[in-house]
Write a protein that binds this ligand. Structure first.
Ligand code: DGP
Length: 116
């Protein structure tokens, strides 16, 4: 059984965090350490620790993450200029919170995908 993270408490509204979106599959809220003018986290409501733990039964939630990303990007007014969706996995990927999440970042030019 995977250990819960702070994200489970946010999803269950046990700690005060403004939710930008929530339905039966996913929840979205602002990153506490924004790296760009828009920096939103979109998470499945069910605890999946890493992308390595993704199973076919998660496909509905994972697909919903993209449709919600599209909506929130439009709400933020960044659709036309563009944005980046990021999912980090384990230590080499720089994952800090072991409840998978999609970063939606934009609002300024983001530069190359990876530092050289
Ligand atoms: P990652 O490195 O991909 O695991 O990114 C985790 C992100 O989660 C990081 O950008 C900071 C954010 N974060 C961590 N704790 C909290 C929290 O309690 N609230 C919010 N809103 N964001 C958090």
């Amino acid at each position: 059984m995977a250990e819960e993270t702070i994200f489970s408490k946010i999803i269950r509204r046990e700690i005060a965090t403004e939710l930008l979106y929530q339905d039966e599959l996913v929840t979205a809220f602002r990153d506490i350490h924004p790296r760009a003018p828009t920096h939103i986290l979109i998470v499945p409501n069910v605890l999946i620790p890493t992308v390595n733990d993704v199973e076919p039964q998660h496909e509905a939630a994972l697909g919903r993450m993209f449709t919600v990303a599209r909506k929130l990007a439009a709400d933020a007014g960044i659709s036309e200029k563009g944005y980046r969706l990021i999912m980090n996995c384990n230590s080499h990927g720089g994952q800090e919170v072991y409840h998978i999440h999609m970063h939606l970042v934009g609002g300024q030019p983001l530069g190359p995908m990876l530092a050289r």
